[in-house]
Design a protein around this ligand. Structure first.
Ligand code: SAH
Length: 255
């Protein structure tokens, strides 16, 4: 089973959040908080107007370790050193030759490349008033847009970081869920088990009088849909077969 703790550690070291030209120190603090909540740790600040600043520390609210370790850079290029995957978060859908992703697709891509290719990745966020310039977006491999109300599309900077961070965390947890499902798949009842069950079920329902032996088709189809949706395990199948056997045993059968 994939080790989720290991994946989370990889995200912590290989994913960086880059804020470009942030005006309000409070947003830097709120971003640090959002990052720590979502298990991210590496914050890069390109030309912040005010940093360090009391407003940043106040809004970080306990995530000051993320602030303390933040790297301040003079240019975006400097903040992107060593990154082989660069995602640019944009509130506006622009006419640029950069492929566009949704937050969930972005998370899947980042998680996939960080864990399988071992690369470093940057999620880049723009200025509060004007977002990222076309030149800055030109440095990104993908644009990421959070689908918001088109009449009021721009999220607060830290809220945008929160959403992308949350999707990344959810994608990590999904890896674990899928692995558990895969593990259990070996114990699921097979198609031939299911067919034997349906024969047994039909036979029992005819004996109890629930099913009209002359016209069993529709009801059996509905029951198939129900049990197929449940995807019973072998153990559950044994229980169901046991119930049918006991029902047959206790049903008065006409001679
Ligand atoms: N007024 C700016 C928005 C700035 S919000 C503009 O129109 O571009 C600050 C940053 O938060 C944006 O640059 C972007 O990186 C991120 N952001 C805000 N809303 C977003 C959204 N809906 N989708 C993706 N990123 C968003």
């Amino acid at each position: 089973m994939p080790d989720v703790t290991k994946i989370q550690a990889q995200l912590q070291t290989q994913v960086r959040i880059v804020l470009v030209d942030t005006s309000h120190a409070g947003n830097i603090g709120a971003t640090a908080r959002a990052m720590k909540n979502m298990g991210l740790a590496r914050l890069y600040l390109v030309k912040p107007k005010q940093f360090p600043h009391a407003d940043a520390t106040a809004r970080a609210s306990g995530a000051d370790d993320v602030l303390a370790q933040a790297t301040v850079c003079a240019t975006l290029d400097e903040a992107l050193v060593d990154c082989s995957l660069v995602m640019g978060a944009s509130a506006r859908l622009r006419n640029l030759p950069v492929p566009l992703l949704g937050p969930r697709q972005c998370a899947a891509k980042v998680l996939g490349e960080v864990t399988t290719l071992g690369i470093e990745c940057a999620l880049v966020f723009g200025r509060e008033h004007s977002g990222l310039t076309n030149d800055e977006l030109g440095r990104c491999h993908y644009l990421v847009n959070i689908p918001t109300n088109p009449e009021y599309s721009s999220l607060n900077l830290a809220a945008a970081v929160q959403v992308l961070g949350y999707e990344l965390r959810m994608a990590t947890l999904d890896v674990q869920t899928e692995a558990i499902l895969d593990e259990n798949a070996g114990q699921l009842a097979s198609a031939d088990d299911m067919e034997r069950f349906y024969v047994h079920l039909q036979q029992t329902l005819e004996i109890t009088g629930f099913l009209d032996p002359k016209n069993p088709r529709i009801m059996m189809q509905r029951l198939r849909r129900l049990f197929n949706r449940a995807r019973p395990s072998e153990v559950e199948m044994n229980i169901l077969r046991g119930i049918l056997t006991s029902a047959q045993r206790h049903t008065h059968q006409p001679d």
